[in-house]
Each structure stands twice: as structure tokens, then as C-alpha cells.
Write a protein that binds this ligand. Structure first.
Ligand SMILES: [Cu+2]
Length: 322
């Protein structure tokens, strides 16, 4: 057992050393171990939004209670590693911070933009429409940062909670007079092209308005843990080639197979609307640690055989007893 423990510690230490090297390298604008290793390290970070604290930053909500159906001011801070509120942010898509609110059953979604106070406290009037378990995601980039970070935390709104089942899978969503049709198929671990076609009362929409510097914003939340994927479209308004509809093209990468709820925010005739889709993503999942499928299968086979050749009990490599 001692050997196994030591190996475990050693493996852990390797991961720490590796990711530190990666972070330093990334901060300096290069990847010391090459693009494959960098991709592997990024992969190890996993999907965004699952943690309250990541990369030395911590999301802290200042409210104590959250009433159902009544507006109140949500107040929160992003704490730096010394516990002090982060005060300087780099704008992304016209905003210093994007706040996503979703109910755990994915029946409710909001994408709003809080205001930053001089002391580093973010505030926004917010209504949780019904009782239930919610999650909020703060999507931002520190002024000293080089990429966006999404921290997430749970919010409980007390009362009679009746979770709803996920709406059925459909490639069409309607919101008011608009019909949005999705084509393309997300593939786990791979950048996949998704095209969203917009029509109003059956007529293709060709005069979409830029909203936060894009013709559309797509947020995907994984059913079960609400892993967060925020995708911006291919092309930006005013680049001379991106048309204001009727199609918006996204390149999105989902982390695994499973069900996702995808929310498209778009602006037309002065109003921002959200169309929501349930999408079922088929496998296979990408192998871990940035390995190729062949490398991973070979590693599995090696571990199963464990050097003894039995491959049945796994005792030589996976003992947990005393
Ligand atoms: Cu936003």
C-alpha cells in the first residue's frame, strides 16, 4: 500500500509541477512544454463554472437570503488570493462581468450585467422567480489576466420547489414571434460548427442588431452539473463579411456526451430575446490528460494487466485496503 500511496503522491506532485509550469508559461505568453502539453493542461482544468474558487480567485455572495418572486439587490465580490475584492477587470464583449443565473433544473435562465462599485462590490437588482436551487456564474477577466474565468456558486431560494423535467430534445425553439432552428451536431471535445437560423413569423431575419458586440451569444449548460460553456459567433458585426442574419454560426466545444440546455441571446428591433434548446450530445468522450484514444486505450490495457497478466482483480495496481 505504501508504494501505491507514494505513487499517488508522486503523480499528484507531477500534476502540480506541470500545471504551475503551464500557468507561468501561459502568463509569459508561451507554452514551455509545447502546444500538445498546453492543450492537455487546459483540458485538465475541466469545464468552467463548476467551482467557487479557481486560479486564486473566489466568488463571494454577500446576501444572506433570497426571496422567491421578489426583486432584491444581489451583491457579490470576486476575492483575490489575499481575500481583498478584485477591483480591476478587463472588459469582454463590452462588459466587465457577465452574470448568468440558471435554475438547477434549467427551467430558468438570465444573463445580466451587474455594476461594479468602487470597493469591488458588484450589485444587480435580481429576481429569482420561484423557489428552488439556482446557480450563478460570474464570467470575467481580471485586469491582470490573460483569459476569462467563470466562477459558480449555488443559491437556494426557499419555498415549495417543484423541479421540472428537461424539455424534450428539439432543433427548433420559439420565443415570441421568432423561430430559431439549430443545425449541426456538437461532438465531445471537438470544436463543432453550430448554425442557428432565425425567422420572425416565418420570414428570415436579416437585420439582427449587435448585442454586446456580437449578433448572438450562446451559453450551454450541461444537465446534471451545470458545466458552463459560453460561445461567441464566428465573425463580428462590422467586419465586412458577417451578415446580420438570418444565420448565426458558432464554433462550440462541449466537454462530454449528455444532455445540454443551450440558450441563445439575440437582439432584434431593440429587444434582446433568449431562445432555448435541449440538445443531446452523443459520444465518445474525449480521453483524459490530453491523450489520444489509442494512447488512452493502451494505458488502460497496461493498468488492467498490472504487470501480473491477470487483469481481473487489479490488486497489483489498485489496492485500497489496509
Ligand atoms: Cu453578458
Amino acid at each position: 500500500m505504501k508504494t501505491v500511496t507514494k505513487l499517488g503522491v508522486f503523480a499528484g506532485a507531477l500534476v502540480v509541477v506541470f500545471s504551475n509550469a503551464y500557468m507561468v508559461g501561459q502568463a509569459l505568453g508561451y507554452s514551455p512544454a509545447g502546444p500538445t502539453a498546453a492543450a492537455a493542461a487546459a483540458e485538465e482544468d475541466g469545464p468552467a463554472g463548476l467551482m467557487i474558487s479557481q486560479e486564486s480567485l473566489t466568488l463571494k455572495v454577500l446576501n444572506d437570503t433570497f426571496p422567491a418572486g421578489a426583486q432584491q439587490t444581489l451583491a457579490f465580490q470576486i476575492l483575490e488570493r489575499d481575500g481583498k475584492p478584485l477591483q480591476r477587470f478587463t472588459p469582454q464583449h463590452d462588459k466587465l462581468l457577465h452574470l448568468i443565473v440558471a435554475r438547477r433544473d434549467l427551467s430558468h435562465f438570465q444573463h445580466v450585467h451587474p455594476n461594479l462599485g468602487p470597493d469591488g462590490t458588484w450589485r444587480i437588482p435580481l429576481t429569482f422567480p420561484e423557489a428552488g436551487e439556482y446557480k450563478i456564474f460570474a464570467d470575467f477577466m481580471p485586469a491582470w489576466g490573460i483569459h476569462s474565468i467563470t466562477l459558480g456558486t449555488d443559491i437556494s431560494v426557499s419555498g415549495d420547489y417543484r423541479p421540472r423535467p428537461l424539455p424534450p430534445v428539439s432543433s427548433t425553439a420559439t420565443v415570441e414571434d421568432y423561430t430559431v432552428t439549430m443545425s449541426g451536431r456538437p461532438v465531445p471535445g471537438q470544436s463543432s460548427r453550430l448554425t442557428l437560423h432565425l425567422a420572425k413569423n416565418g420570414t428570415p431575419v436579416t437585420d439582427l442588431e449587435p448585442y454586446l458586440a456580437a449578433y448572438g451569444h450562446l451559453v450551454a449548460l450541461r444537465d446534471g452539473d451545470l458545466a458552463y460553456i459560453h460561445v461567441h459567433p464566428d465573425g463580428t458585426p462590422g467586419d465586412g463579411k458577417t451578415k446580420p442574419g438570418p444565420e448565426i454560426v458558432f464554433f462550440t466545444e462541449v466537454p462530454s456526451f449528455g444532455a445540454y440546455r443551450m440558450f441563445l441571446d439575440f437582439q432584434h428591433q431593440g429587444v434582446v430575446r433568449t431562445a432555448a434548446f435541449t440538445v443531446n450530445v452523443d459520444g465518445p468522450n474525449p480521453p483524459p490528460h490530453g491523450l489520444t484514444p489509442e494512447q488512452f486505450e493502451a494505458a488502460k490495457a497496461k493498468n488492467l494487466n498490472g504487470g501480473s497478466g491477470s487483469g481481473q482483480t487489479g490488486e497489483s495496481g489498485h489496492g485500497h485496503g489496509g
